[in-house]
Design a protein around this ligand. Structure first.
Ligand SMILES: C[S@@+](CC[C@H](N)C(=O)[O-])C[C@H]1O[C@@H](n2cnc3c(N)ncnc32)[C@H](O)[C@@H]1O
Length: 351
């Protein structure tokens, strides 16, 4: 592999270990010295045309391995995966080398590298649901949800998750999807959430009902993170029961076409870790269109823009939870708090 790819694997190894995923870190570290240059995987890595970190190449590799393990195609490697104790690098290297030496596994991994990782982080509902509670409390109205950059749309079902938000229960307590971020600050308002419509858009929407798509989604979750794995698995099962209506397209095109205010409902446009991926021209169109829609809002047809995005210069390490609320007159802008990028914790400031 090229020095650039090896450096990317070493960097990713340090990130994963620092972020509490030591096994995925060890995989990256060991892969940097293990992939045989003559294998299909080795050749693909050696000839990688782009920037390995920008292309999330290490995550493509660990995703391919996790897919093989989860699907029962890599028994010896599976025996080293969590929850068993972290293996030493030499044991991991021997098993990885044997796996990549098998032509079928090698061909699978090399092909898997071809498409970028796409995830849908259910834990982010822990930061979005309290925003819905704020809108429900402020307006007293049922909610019409519109999600931009929804991926598989798993969070379009967030009102069906069992949420514990700083001691405030929201959603469906009986749900198998448990969302309980570690909470700092005052609790969010206790309000009744009634969703009367929901729809989302993504430039590359994922169909959670498709087994291959669901397995790929699961494979990109780090194997060290059992809570994320079980939450996503449960949310995929829920999405099969209540398929989230998803359109394919650019967020701005869809917003301009699809989002209308309705009397007797609070319209909520929301997104999480998505805005940064929209083209700048789409970002500007989204801001402008929401401003124009907001100007037509009133207490019977309010508009909310809720987002969890890395957009706070004062706190660049954590996504900010922001709410813009139009109920007639001037928009009310609130920094509701910050959260971990996967929703592990919420630092709530509130309205
Ligand atoms: C990091 S993912 C986040 C997905 C989801 N919001 C979540 O929190 O798990 C970003 C998503 O934005 C989508 N995306 C990128 N550009 C887009 C665009 N122009 N319009 C709509 N979706 C877009 C991607 O396909 C991807 O699903």
């Amino acid at each position: 592999m090229s020095a650039k790819v090896a450096a990317a694997l070493e960097t990713q190894a340090r990130f994963c270990t620092a972020l509490g995923a030591p096994f995925t870190g060890a995989l990256c570290r060991v892969l940097a010295g293990t992939v045989p240059p003559a294998s299909l995987t080795g050749q693909r890595l050696a000839q990688w045309p782009g920037e390995p970190m920008t292309d999330a190449l290490p995550m493509r590799l660990t995703g391919a391995l996790h897919w093989l393990v989860r699907s029962g195609h890599a028994a010896a490697l599976a025996a080293l995966y969590p929850p068993v104790p972290l293996p030493d690098d030499a044991a991991l290297a021997a098993v990885l080398a044997a796996l990549i030496a098998e032509p079928a596994s090698d061909a699978f991994i090399a092909a898997f590298l071809g498409s970028p990782p796409q995830t849908n982080e259910v834990g982010r509902a822990g930061a979005l649901m309290p925003g819905l509670l704020c809108v429900a409390a402020a307006t007293g109205l049922p909610l019409a949800l519109f999600e931009l950059g929804a991926s598989a749309g798993l969070n379009l079902n967030m009102d069906r998750f069992a949420c514990d938000l700083g001691g405030i229960a929201a959603g469906d307590a009986a749900s198998a999807v448990k969302v309980r971020p570690s909470w700092q600050g005052p609790p969010p308002p206790a309000a009744t959430i009634r969703v009367i419509s929901r729809q989302g858009v993504d430039i590359a929407p994922l169909d959670a009902a498709d087994d291959a798509v669901a397995q790929r989604l699961m494979a990109f979750i780090w194997a060290d993170q059992p809570d994320r794995l079980s939450r996503t698995e449960a949310a995929i099962a829920l999405a099969r029961q209540y398929p989230p209506p998803l359109a394919q397209g650019d967020a701005a095109d869809w917003l301009e076409r699809q989002v209308l205010l309705a009397d007797g409902a609070a319209t909520i446009v929301y997104h999480s870790i998505a805005f940064q991926y929209f083209p700048p021209v789409s970002q500007a169109r989204i801001r402008a269109h929401l401003g124009a829609l907001g100007a037509a809002a009133n207490p019977a047809r309010p508009l909310a823009w809720l987002r969890l995005e890395m957009d706070d210069p004062a706190n660049p390490a954590q996504p900010a939870i922001r709410l813009s609320l139009w109920q007639g007159g001037a928009v009310q802008e609130t920094l509701l708090g910050h959260a971990h990028a996967h929703g592990t914790f919420v630092q709530w400031a509130g309205l």
